[in-house]
Design a protein around this ligand. Structure first.
Ligand SMILES: Cc1cc2nc3c(=O)[nH]c(=O)nc-3n(C[C@H](O)[C@H](O)[C@H](O)COP(=O)(O)OP(=O)(O)OC[C@H]3O[C@@H](n4cnc5c(N)ncnc54)[C@H](O)[C@@H]3O)c2cc1C
Length: 418
């Protein structure tokens, strides 16, 4: 019987162990934490958005890096397959807005419970509190792993150690070291799906905006010295004490993670994207004419959350105590353009501690996309976030873990093709 060791008991590792055991191998799953799936518990705000119930085309459209690499793994174990597996194992699921799939119980822990039950049934040996320190390499093959208690020999090893995000869950990047030691290239690593540190372009402090949530705004991002748009999207965002967050901002981070490492970017918020220029001007004129003696600050409160009024006026170079009737044509033009492009400077990404995923990882050119086998070291396989594949929020990142885990597990159990 072939022996397989899986390093890391997260989503990818559990799926890999299950697939390898069902493929006939004797499987040992090594996890350094006190329990399996520590990160799974906090996914989807504790509800676990475990996949997305979309079609194939939509799935790949939501991957940020190396989608083609996943074609084969997704074909072998797709979103329908993971939903079937969990439902047939007694976990009812539901689909919410945007195709996001959750357990009906809204408990991420139920996903882990279901998977651990399946691992037990399949005879997988789970060893907790067991950190792998290194791969064991004998005669140019990976033949097991080393832990502080000694060697665990195996015919095949699957590295499913996750990335660098939320290191408190155990994802501390060990797999990148194992990969490099095995001769692999690891691409540059960035936090992704993460908020930004930012400041207001008008120079006022950000404090007054903290906690303001903007729905249905359009954001545009450019380099500071160019008008070339790097990103443009509608959605919801949030001001925090350090900068900006919220769904559309997390999305943005996935697109510009690498770019912002080279320097700050300009963010412009269209506060009224649903109105044409003419409609916006007419709306503003209406407000000004309705209260000619009110201050500009008071007038703008009818259009914006209170905390945004002062910085908006500052950006448009308008005194906040100026009576509305004194606003000349030029001032109105400035105000309209500020409402269309409220400016912030994006300084940097928040760190890995706050990132949903890691961008970058083991170079997929050195991995067989059908089997997740290393092209550098026979007997070695990779699965999950440790690979240079990542997606947007919505269940796509866990699906990457399930698909690559299943592919690696099946292949590791089958052994090298003769
Ligand atoms: C707050 C948060 C919310 C998220 N929500 C969602 C969501 O709702 N939907 C979604 O699709 N994605 C979500 N994600 C992303 C998703 O959780 C990850 O993409 C996914 O967990 C990656 O799975 P993995 O198995 O590759 O890695 P991990 O889940 O990180 O598992 C790796 C495991 O390996 C173990 N390990 C590491 N090194 C060693 C070692 N040397 N020896 C032994 N064990 C080791 C770790 O302890 C860990 O248990 C979220 C992420 C975060 C941080």
């Amino acid at each position: 019987m072939r022996t397989v060791v899986v390093v890391g008991g997260g989503a990818a590792g559990m799926m890999a162990a299950l697939a390898a055991a069902r493929g006939g191998a004797q499987v040992t799953l090594l996890e350094k934490n006190e329990k399996l799936g520590k990160k799974l518990y906090i996914t989807g705000k504790g509800r676990c958005n475990l996949t997305n119930d979309c079609d194939r085309e939509q799935f790949f459209a939501h991957l940020l890096h190396n989608p083609r690499f996943l074609y084969s793994a997704f074909a072998g174990f797709d979103n329908a397959a993971v939903m079937d597996l969990l439902r047939q194992s007694g976990l009812p699921l539901k689909t919410e807005r945007g195709g996001r799939v959750f357990p009906v119980s809204d408990k991420a822990s139920d996903v882990t419970k279901t998977l651990t039950g399946l691992l037990e049934e399949a005879g997988v040996i789970v060893r907790l509190h067991t950190a792998v320190n290194a791969l064991r390499v004998t005669d140019g093959r990976c033949t097991g792993v080393r832990t502080k208690d000694g060697t665990v020999p195996a015919d095949a090893v699957i590295v499913a150690t996750g990335g660098l995000s939320y290191p408190s869950t155990g994802s501390t990047g060990d797999g990148y070291r194992f990969a490099r030691e095995a001769g692999h290239m690891v691409t540059a690593l960035y936090p992704s799906l993460v908020p930004f540190n930012a400041r207001l372009s008008c120079g006022l402090p950000l404090d007054g905006l903290q906690g303001i949530s903007l729905r249905n705004v359009e954001i545009r991002v450019t380099a500071p010295d160019s008008d070339k748009c790097l990103y443009r999207e509608f959605g919801e965002m949030l001001f925090t004490h350090f900068g900006v967050s919220g769904p559309v901002i997390l999305h943005l981070s996935g697109v510009v993670a690498e770019r912002i490492a080279k320097g700050p970017l300009k963010l412009m918020i269209d506060c009224k994207p649903a109105l044409s220029d003419e409609q916006l001007e007419a709306r503003l004129l209406r407000e000004l004419e309705a209260a000619p003696n009110k201050s500009m600050a008071n007038v703008l409160r009818t259009l914006l959350p209170a905390g945004m009024v002062e910085p908006m006026l500052a950006q448009a170079c308008i005194r906040k105590d100026m009576p509305a009737h004194q606003l000349a044509r030029e001032g109105r033009k400035n105000l309209l353009s500020a409402l269309r492009g409220f400016g912030l400077e994006l300084l940097s990404l928040r760190g890995f501690n706050e990132a949903v995923v890691t961008q970058g990882g083991v170079n997929v050119k050195e991995i067989d996309p059908k089997t997740m086998a290393s092209k550098k070291l026979p007997g070695l396989y990779f699965a999950g976030e440790v690979l240079d594949v990542d997606g947007y929020t919505g269940g796509y990142n866990l699906q990457i873990a399930w698909s690559t885990g299943a592919a690696a597990g099946r292949a590791a159990a089958a052994g090298p093709a003769m």
